[in-house]
Design a protein around this ligand. Structure first.
Ligand code: SAM
Length: 473
């Protein structure tokens, strides 16, 4: 039975409720009167339910879709301004005992090179990432009970936070690792992680079983209830997502929103971020053999509908997407992107020899971080290296209430400018720096109040003189 408050996966991701939702969306996909009402409701910026948003996703009316895209763009601007938060993945280990049919880490894949970074190798990778200018990482690993242990993760997090190289520092470590216990989530929280990220892959239970035939990840219930355990363990920023291409996108979309509704109902705070990865070719994986792939137009529509359904939830896009696709969806709702990413274990220090490839998937956008930063600024976005919220304790419901009231802008905009200025001073190419300095001078005028503006102006001056503190609002 569908019950948003229940802690049981089968209740809050209820199959019948999703089927009814899809039938309701089908019945109403040409009901322009209802769709108009839903767009008006969405314009209040309080979000939409999974049923309502599913109707918008199903709508194929051209003029109405234009309205939906326009609204998504406007909501994006209202909640996130023109800031885009930057991050990079750091692959710690690709040892894995699962049998996921879409992932090159699957245990039967004998030709992928298996690697796990030692603490010394992590140090080298982090220095390479700091030298690019990154301040925020997402740790990635396969699931292996004796190699990728909680002790290993905790030690790795400690190592990463301890490295101070030149003006570099990793200030926020997010982590994307297999579903685990409440006690382990508590340990991750104590280690100072930012967001705990776990993709559901698919919300369709029967499909899930086929895609995850063996290994601990094959337990749909344990996987689906992971975010509840994470929150019970004290992690109040969690990141959800599905891997688009595995099952039918409309089913996944409804499931994703039901998951968000459940977390909000059960814990008073929805997911901090939603990721929208699409299945890619990888070692031993031919994405064309999966029959539910989605085209770029559908992908853009999904992003726009998520944006208006959960306006205050950050949205993440990785280098699985091309520059062109990233550009399109940035406007529609994405708030965080990766840049200069490597998906191989140890890939930031040295390129891997052909016969020792450990990559997770083919990176489509292979530009450097400097190129990505410059590209964003040419579109008048402010690349932000800010990590202040979590360091100031603005996480979970505290963050959400500031975000819902729009007050978060008062911190985010100044912090984005100051961290961009640090980046420009320390890591940017001359061309990127010149462009960024101009953009910052223009954007200072958009700092919300006079007092904050004068503090930011003074801090920017100090940064430009290389007189550093940990400036943040
Ligand atoms: N072990 C963790 C888990 O079980 O969720 C992390 C897995 S992996 C490092 C991160 C994500 O990569 C997966 O959750 C999956 O969605 C995605 N992924 C796996 N294979 C992929 C492929 N062929 N193309 C694109 N993304 C893929």
């Amino acid at each position: 039975m569908y019950d948003v408050n229940s802690k049981h996966a089968e209740d809050f991701i209820n199959h019948e409720e999703i089927l009814e939702t899809l039938a309701y969306a089908d019945e109403n996909k040409d009901n322009l009167e209802l769709i108009e009402q839903l767009v008006e409701k969405a314009a209040l910026r309080k979000g939409l339910s999974h049923r309502e948003a599913s109707v918008l996703l199903a709508c194929s009316d051209k003029a109405m879709n234009e309205k939906i895209f326009k609204l998504a763009e406007q909501i994006k601007k209202d909640f996130y301004g023109n800031r885009i938060v930057m991050f990079a993945p750091l692959y710690l280990s690709n040892y894995c005992i699962n049998g996921c049919t879409y992932c090159p880490y699957h245990a039967k894949n004998k030709h992928i090179a298996r690697k796990q970074l030692s603490q010394d190798e992590i140090r080298k990778e982090v220095i390479a990432l700091q030298d690019m200018g990154h301040k925020r990482l997402a740790l990635e690993a396969g699931e292996h009970p004796t190699l990728n242990t909680m002790d290993y993760y905790l030690k790795s997090i400690e190592t990463i936070y301890s490295i101070k190289h030149k003006n570099g520092a990793i200030r926020r470590v997010n982590i994307n690792i297999a579903a685990t216990t409440v006690d382990n989530y508590r340990l991750l929280k104590e280690a100072g992680i930012g967001t705990y990220i776990l993709f559901q892959e698919t919300y369709h239970k029967e499909g899930y079983k086929q895609l995850h035939p063996t290994g601990p990840k094959s337990d749909y219930t344990y996987h689906t209830e992971a975010m509840d355990r994470a929150m019970e363990g004290g992690i109040d920023d969690v990141g959800v997502g599905v891997l688009f291409g595995l099952d039918k996108y409309r089913y996944e979309f409804a499931g994703l929103l039901m998951h968000a509704e459940h977390l909000e109902a059960a814990f008073g705070v929805g997911p901090h971020t939603i990721s929208v990865p699409r299945l890619r070719d990888a070692d031993d994986i031919d994405s064309s053999s999966f029959k539910n792939g989605i085209d770029d137009d559908t992908f853009a529509k999904i992003v726009a509908c998520i944006r208006i359904a959960v306006p205050y939830t950050g949205m993440i896009i990785s280098t699985r997407e091309s520059q062109k696709v990233r550009e399109r969806v940035l406007h529609l709702g994405i708030s965080q992107i990766s840049g200069g990413s490597r998906t191989s274990v140890g890939g930031y220090c040295e390129p891997e020899p052909e016969n020792e490839k450990s990559e997770q998937f083919d990176v489509i956008d292979s530009r450097t971080l400097d190129e990505v930063v410059q590209w964003l600024m040419r579109m008048e976005y402010i690349p932000s290296f800010c990590t202040a919220c979590y360091r100031e304790g603005r996480t979970g419901d505290r963050f959400m209430s500031l975000c819902k009231s729009g007050q978060i802008q008062n911190c985010c905009h100044p912090n984005a400018l100051m961290t961009l200025q640090e980046y420009l001073m320390d890591y940017a190419s001359p061309e990127t720096k010149a462009l960024g300095d101009q953009l910052i001078d223009k954007e200072i005028l958009n700092v919300p109040n006079e007092k904050a503006r004068s503090i930011v102006t003074e801090n920017l001056r100090l940064i430009r003189e290389n007189n550093r503190r940990d400036f943040r609002f």
